[in-house]
Design a protein around this ligand. Structure first.
Ligand code: PAF
Length: 287
């Protein structure tokens, strides 16, 4: 695996590699890698000629300074894992390389997507995500972009970013299913910050989502949301939201709309977790 810390040599390397190896796949990450990330790398390897991963803890997407300070950094083991998964290129830039002096801060028109759920609880978060992904796409120019469904709203936002930046025809977005631990907990870099006691409680999140799915056909969405909030609160979570939404707009699901996804965000101590489950069996992934 070749490691680049600066943008220009990477872009030049990839221009040559594209001609020699074929389409380029890209997996942007903030490190603290787990099997979920590695499965994206494997998907990219299966579908493209060359796979690039980036590790960059993007300061502009953290609306909470404490969250940024405690974000896990495990570069050495990340590199080992990427080599093990057969990743071809790692982009590991410092902040000044991603946001050089004079970098123009754009405002991305994300519409209602930015106002709901994560957008409401993390003001500015999706502008920061768009800022960094826009810049990374400019550097890597991938043909295929791989992201995990666990960040369901982020996947919709990135779809919109590709449209806004006229990249939709050049870069195909692949949203891959969430990988879960044996007990159902969605894999996340944040899980490693859970205490053993909170890790034991955390399994309730996926169980509550499965409960919603099981009762979805027979119970009104708002009743399911209220029940789930009660269940999570009783399990020890501080709940931000449980929402049964239209899976394209993320607006509250209207009665009879089958395009449904259940999304949840809740904290155990200082660790905020999110998860989701698509309720519409004809659509296993986001989008
Ligand atoms: O999902 C993440 O890890 C980040 O939001 C991303 C897409 C790498 C942008 O920093």
């Amino acid at each position: 695996m070749v490691i680049f810390k600066t943008a220009r040599p990477l872009t030049a390397f990839l221009a040559d590699a594209r001609a020699a190896s074929g389409p380029i796949g890209f997996v942007p990450t903030m490190g603290a890698l787990h099997e979920g990330h590695l499965s994206l790398i494997r998907q990219s390897k299966a579908a493209t000629g060359l796979t690039v991963c980036s590790i960059f803890v993007n300061p502009t997407q953290f609306n909470n300074a404490d969250d940024l300070k405690h974000y896990p950094v495990t570069i050495e083991s990340d590199i080992e894992m990427l080599i093990g998964a057969g990743c071809d290129v790692l982009f590991l830039p410092p902040v000044a390389e991603v946001y050089p002096a004079g970098h123009e801060k754009l405002r991305y028109d994300l519409g209602a997507l930015e106002a709901v759920l994560e957008g409401a609880y993390r003001p500015g978060h999706f502008q920061g995500v768009c800022e960094v992904v826009d810049r990374l796409l400019e550097i890597v120019e991938p043909d295929h972009l791989f992201m995990g469904q666990k960040d369901f709203q982020q996947c919709l936002v990135i779809g919109r970013l590709l449209d806004l930046t006229n990249r939709a025809g050049r870069t195909a977005l692949h949203v891959e299913p969430t990988l879960r631990e044996k007990d159902g907990l969605a894999m996340s870099s944040r899980n490693r910050r859970l205490t053993p006691a909170d890790r034991a409680k955390a399994i309730r999140m996926s169980q509550v989502l499965v409960g919603i799915r099981d009762r979805f056909a027979s119970t009104p969405p708002r009743t399911l949301e209220q029940t789930a909030i009660t269940e999570l609160t009783e399990a020890g979570f501080k709940v931000d939201y449980v929402s049964i939404s239209n899976r394209h707009t993320l607006l509250p699901l209207e009665p009879g709309d089958p395009a449904a996804v259940a999304l949840v965000a809740a904290s155990l101590g200082p660790v905020r977790l999110i998860d989701n489950l698509v309720l519409d069996s004809s659509a296993p992934t986001a989008g």
